[in-house]
Design a protein around this ligand. Structure first.
Ligand SMILES: [Fe+2]
Length: 256
């Protein structure tokens, strides 16, 4: 069995960034998650952080994130989200793979291929996959052949029934749908961005999304505007074993 930790959307801020709109608790909550991991899951093989690592316009937070992650002494992979600055991120983490300017790569863990996909749009908070990135994914899946694949991406390609979030999903996901519909081997999506735990099936394959280590968005099937709620932060513990996938969710207390 292979244990992979999954965290998303910490929206970390630079200390003393007066212009930041982000909740001040971002670091405190993120560190609580790391403390929990240190205590209960130090045996994990890998940690994946699926985007929105920092709040918009806080590039100085990447160096602090690196310091924090390296206290775990565990390999990690990072995805880029709509709040991230790809260039600043790569400067702070030059060892994270980049493919022709996009932050994507893959690892084989046991028989499963983990694929990290860059869905950041040139502008805007929704996601996009240009033909280059889609072709790259097709090649990765082809190389995985009949082995299981886990695709990590920041923007979910599916609508989850929350209009304020759904308009910010991966747009023009038809190419991805076509690619995945023809894939017969076990494949699962792991998405960030929505700050909620949601699971389901899309184009024949299961998916999971994950709550933020910071603040959550409300389950509101009516509102046009994003609304935060006071649900607790958390992270995920993924278990991969011979083609089976288990997604465990851990909540973290925000009591002081
Ligand atoms: Fe986010």
């Amino acid at each position: 069995m292979h244990k992979v930790l999954w965290l998303t959307d910490p929206h970390l801020v630079e200390p003393d960034n007066a212009a930041s709109q982000a909740p001040a608790e971002a670091w405190q909550r993120f560190r609580r998650c790391l403390d929990d991991i240190r205590h209960d899951h130090a045996d994990a093989e890998l940690l994946v952080l699926s985007g929105d690592l920092v709040q918009l316009n806080n590039p100085g937070a990447y160096a602090l994130l690196r310091e924090a992650l390296e206290t775990l002494h565990m390999p990690y992979r990072l995805l880029v989200g709509n709040h991230d600055d790809r260039t600043a991120l790569h400067e702070a983490f030059p060892h994270i793979p980049m493919v022709r300017g996009f932050l994507q790569g893959s690892d084989d863990i046991g028989e499963t291929r983990l694929i990290y996909l860059d869905t950041q749009a040139a502008q805007g908070h929704y996601g996009e996959l240009c033909p280059f990135r889609l072709d790259w994914l097709a090649a990765e899946l082809e190389a995985a052949s009949t082995r299981p694949a886990a695709i990590f991406l920041h923007h979910p390609p599916m609508a989850i029934g929350v209009p304020a979030l759904d308009r910010l999903k991966l747009l023009e996901s038809e190419g991805l749908r076509d690619l995945l519909q023809s894939r017969r081997a076990p494949t699962q999506f792991f998405c960030g961005h929505v700050h909620r735990n949601v699971s389901g099936r899309w184009c024949g394959h299961p998916f999971a999304t994950l709550k933020s280590t910071n603040t959550q968005f409300a389950f509101d099937m009516q509102a046009e505007r994003l609304r935060r709620c006071d649900e607790e932060p958390g992270y995920g513990v993924l278990l991969f074993d011979n083609g089976e996938v288990i997604v465990n969710y851990v909540d973290i207390s925000t009591d002081h």
